[in-house]
Design a protein around this ligand. Structure first.
Ligand code: FAD
Length: 274
């Protein structure tokens, strides 16, 4: 029982970090991912680095690589320029996002929401660029309500998205419930679960609060006890996340997208379990 998988990376700065990233990517390439993706720094600060990392990753690891593009800090002209640059080197798929604002800064871009970026890309490039968007089974943290979030998501998909990748979650039912609700309002694109490995609980706890991902109480209590025992925490994380993936696959998830955090070992263990 298996489904296509993909891995997300963030751009690395400086030769040493980059060398480590290529090494990680080559290790993860051994499990035949469908693609890699590269994040886009909040506020547009990694625009060039995301481009370079996209190109280098695909060359270093021989895996198709898809850039993320967030629209909240760029003008339409800057976005068009960037898309043309990607197209000229054969990139024909993106992850289209609104992005978050660096703390203390307001949004400076032309587009306020991701659906506007999707419409812009679709109008200019038609089916030449495949568009993935973000989805939130546990509801986006700034959403007015769960229902409103679903309607906004429906609108974003109708603007031209081909697939969606979710925020991470540890409760498989939140994904299944979300997929059912999407189907009920006519959303028919693949909804790919985003999977976050557990390697550093302090960081995970902090980030989950910001992005609205719930760590169930039983898991939080287990992880708290292992905060300072990296090896035991990783063992627990591998077991919990492998089980989650198995449940998602057997429940019909079309693919799995792993947030690699630029680290290979734990993900290789999870993939080997699957
Ligand atoms: P949107 O779809 O625009 O939604 C944002 C919020 O606005 C939601 O609450 C929605 O309900 C509401 N909304 C949507 N449309 C409207 C409207 N027309 N009117 C009023 N309200 C509306 N961030 C980065 O900075 N870089 C990355 O590389 C990155 N990669 C990501 C990858 C994945 C798979 C995911 C799940 C998230 C990623 N993020 C990234 C985080 C993302 O940018 C944030 O979650 C951001 O807050 C929302 O982006 P979005 O594209 O989902 O926004």
């Amino acid at each position: 029982m298996t489904v296509p998988i993909s891995f997300e990376f963030f751009p690395a700065r400086g030769p040493e970090s980059q060398e480590r990233l290529w090494k990680t990517a080559r290790a993860l390439a051994t499990v035949n991912p469908e693609f890699f993706s590269v994040t886009f720094g909040a506020g547009g600060g990694t625009r060039d680095l995301t481009f370079d990392t996209t190109i280098n990753l695909s060359e270093e690891a021989d895996v198709r690589t898809v850039p993320h593009i967030s629209c909240n800090a760029l003008t339409a002209e800057e976005i068009a320029e960037m898309l043309n640059k990607y197209k000229s080197v054969g990139v024909s798929e993106i992850v289209a996002l609104r992005g978050d604002n660096p703390s203390g800064l307001g949004a400076s871009g032309e587009f306020k929401y991701a659906n506007e970026l999707v419409t812009f890309v679709k109008d200019r490039y038609g089916d030449d660029i495949k568009i993935n968007v973000a989805a939130y089974p546990e509801v986006h943290p700034q959403a007015v309500s769960s229902r409103d979030d679903l309607q906004r998501f429906r609108h974003k998909v109708a603007s031209g998205a081909d697939a969606a990748i979710t925020q991470y979650f540890y409760n498989a039912d939140s994904y299944f419930y979300f997929v059912d609700r999407c189907a009920a309002v006519g959303i028919d694109i693949p909804i790919i679960p985003g999977i976050m490995p557990i390697t550093n609980y302090t960081n995970l706890e902090r980030f989950s609060k910001i992005c609205g991902a719930e760590i169930p109480r039983w898991l939080a209590r287990e992880c708290e006890g292992l905060r300072d025992d990296k090896e035991a925490l990783e063992d627990l994380g591998v077991e919990v996340v492998s089980k989650l993936c198995r449940r998602l696959i057997s429940g019909g998830a079309p693919k799995l997208h792993f947030y690699s955090m630029n680290q290979a070992p734990v993900l290789l263990r999870i993939c080997s379990n699957l």
